[in-house]
Design a protein around this ligand. Structure first.
Ligand SMILES: *Cc1c(COP(=O)(O)O)cnc(C)c1O
Ligand SMILES: [Zn+2]
Length: 419
C-alpha cells in the first residue's frame, strides 16, 4: 500500500514525472536524482505544526505524515530512536565565534552515531513496505553502519560494501550488527558502482546515497527538527544559516528538501540559508558552486575526513542548488582546520568525527571571510560521533603525560606545567 501523500517522483534534471512505482532509482532518461513528490494539500489536511509538536514521539517518526512511507512498526527497537537529536547552545562556542545565536545539532546521538540513521531508517521502512528482502549499500562506513543497525533492529537482511580503508570502528559496527560485509580493495566510488551492479544482478534493494530517492526523504527530517527546535520557538529577525559538511551532497539536498516541503506547506515563512562545507582535498561540489555551474567535475579526493572523501559526488547538482537557491554558499576548509574544530567542539563537550567537525570549521571560515555576521542566527550540524574515528581524534589533541603513580611524581609534573 502506498501512502496517500506520496504522489511519485520528479527528475531533478529534466523534470520528468514518474508514478510511485516500487523499484525506481534515478531518472531513466538522464540518470538525474529523483525528488519525491508529496501531496501538499493532503498533508495540510492531516496535520499541522501544532499537532506535530504536541506529540511525544522522540524520533523522526513524529514526521510520518510528511514521509513517503508507511509506519514501519519496530516499536521498542533502535529503528524507533533515529532522529530527534539534541540541540545545544554551547557558551564556549558562542564565545569563540562571538555569535549571539548559535546552536549545534548533534547527530552523533543517533542510534548508530551518525546522521545516516535518518536515511537508513526510512529506506528500511520502504524495503519492508515493498517486500524487498535484502537491502544493499555502498558506504564509506556510516551509511553502512546505519543500514546494518536499522536492518538488524527489525530483523532485515543487509549487505554492505565498504572500502577496506574505512576506520575500524565503522567496520566493527557493520560486523557486530550482523550485516554481510564485503570490503572492496578500492575507494568508495568503486564500491558504489559495484553495489549498483550487484543490486541489479541479484534483485537486492539498493540504498546507495544519491541513487535511492528515499535517503533524502529521511535526511530531510533534520530540517523538520530544526524548524521545530529552532525556528518555531525563536523569533529570528534574520534568516537562519545552517552549516553542514558535504561529500556526496545528499545530506544538504535532503535538508533543502525538508525546508522546501515546509515552505510549500505554508508553515515556513523564511527559507534558511544553507552553507555546504567541504575539505579542500575533496571539493567537487564547491568547485561547481564557485564556477557558477551545476556541472560536477570529479576530483581525486584526499582528506582525513573519510565520510566526505568523494571523487564523484552522486547528488552534486542538488547540493549546488541547495546553497545557490537559498542565498547560502560553499566554504572550503583544510584538514588542519578540521582537526582544530574537533578540539574546539570537544571543549564544548561535543565529540565529533572529522566530517562532523568540518561544519564548525566552515562556520569559523565564513566568519573570517565576512560571509557570516555576528547577528546571523546559525545552526551547525555535527553529522557524526568522534567515537567513529579515534585515530583522527588523537591527532586533534596533545598526548597525555605518563607519570609514576605517586604524589611526588604528580607534584613534579604540575610544577613543570605551571612554569
Ligand atoms: C555521509 C556523511 C557526510 C556527508 O553527507 P553527504 O550526503 O555524502 O554529503 C558528512 N558527515 C558524516 C559524518 C557522514 O557520515
Ligand atoms: Zn531526467
Amino acid at each position: 500500500m502506498t501512502r496517500a501523500t506520496f504522489q511519485g517522483y520528479r527528475c531533478s534534471l529534466c523534470g520528468a514525472e514518474f508514478a510511485p512505482q516500487d523499484w525506481l532509482y534515478t531518472c531513466p532518461h538522464d540518470g538525474g536524482n529523483l525528488d519525491v513528490v508529496l501531496d501538499t494539500p493532503a498533508i495540510r489536511q492531516q496535520t499541522s505544526p501544532r499537532q506535530i509538536s504536541a506529540q511525544t514521539e522522540p524520533s523522526l517518526w513524529r514526521y510520518l505524515p510528511l514521509l513517503p512511507v508507511d509506519d514501519p512498526g519496530g516499536q521498542g527497537t533502535p529503528l524507533r530512536t533515529a532522529g530527534w537529536t539534541p540541540l545545544y547552545s554551547p557558551p564556549a562556542l558562542k564565545a569563540q565565534t562571538s555569535l549571539h545565536a548559535l546552536w549545534v545539532k548533534d547527530e552523533g546521538k543517533n542510534p548508530t552515531a551518525s546522521f545516516k540513521d535518518r536515511a537508513s531508517a526510512v529506506v528500511v521502512a520502504r524495503a519492508r513496505q515493498i517486500g524487498a528482502e535484502v537491502v544493499v549499500t555502498a558506504s564509506t562506513g556510516n551509511a553502512g553502519a546505519a543500514l546494518a543497525g536499522m536492518a538488524a533492529a527489525v530483523g532485515h537482511r543487509a549487505v554492505i560494501f565498504a572500502p577496506r580503508t574505512a576506520p575500524p570502528a565503522k567496520i566493527a559496527q557493520l560486523l557486530v550488527f550482523g550485516a554481510q560485509v564485503i570490503l572492496v580493495d578500492g575507494n568508495y566510488d568503486n564500491a558504489f558502482d559495484l553495489t549498483v551492479q550487484a543490486a541489479q544482478e541479484f534483485g537486492w534493494y539498493c540504498r546507495n546515497t544519491g541513487y535511492n530517492a528515499f535517503t533524502a526523504e529521511g535526511k530531510k527530517t533534520a530540517a523538520l527538527e530544526i524548524f521545530e527546535q529552532v525556528i518555531l520557538p525563536n523569533r529570528l529577525d534574520r534568516p537562519l544559516c545552517v552549516f553542514v559538511s558535504v561529500g556526496d551532497g545528499n545530506i544538504i539536498s535532503g535538508i533543502h528538501k525538508g525546508f522546501k516541503d515546509l515552505y510549500a506547506l505554508g508553515w515556513l515563512e523564511t527559507m534558511p540559508r544553507l552553507f555546504g562545507v567541504q575539505s579542500t582535498g575533496s571539493a567537487a561540489v564547491a568547485n561547481a558552486f564557485f564556477a557558477g555551474t551545476e556541472e560536477i567535475t570529479p576530483v581525486q579526493a584526499a582528506t582525513l575526513a573519510d565520510s566526505i572523501s568523494v571523487d564523484l559526488p552522486r547528488d552534486g547538482v542538488r547540493a549546488v542548488r541547495a546553497a545557490r537557491q537559498t542565498g547560502g554558499a560553499y566554504v572550503l576548509v583544510s584538514d588542519d582546520a578540521i582537526l582544530q574544530a574537533i578540539a574546539a567542539l570537544g571543549k564544548a563537550g561535543i565529540f565529533a568525527e572529522p566530517a562532523g567537525a568540518t561544519a564548525y570549521a566552515g562556520l569559523l571560515e565564513a566568519l573570517k571571510s565576512g560571509q557570516i555576521q555576528p547577528d546571523d542566527p546559525v545552526v551547525v550540524i555535527n553529522t557524526g560521533s568522534g567515537l567513529k574515528d579515534v585515530k583522527s581524534a588523537m591527532r586533534a589533541v596533545t598526548e597525555a603525560p605518563v607519570i609514576e603513580p605517586n604524589l611526588n611524581a604528580l607534584k613534579r609534573l604540575l610544577e613543570k606545567n605551571l612554569r
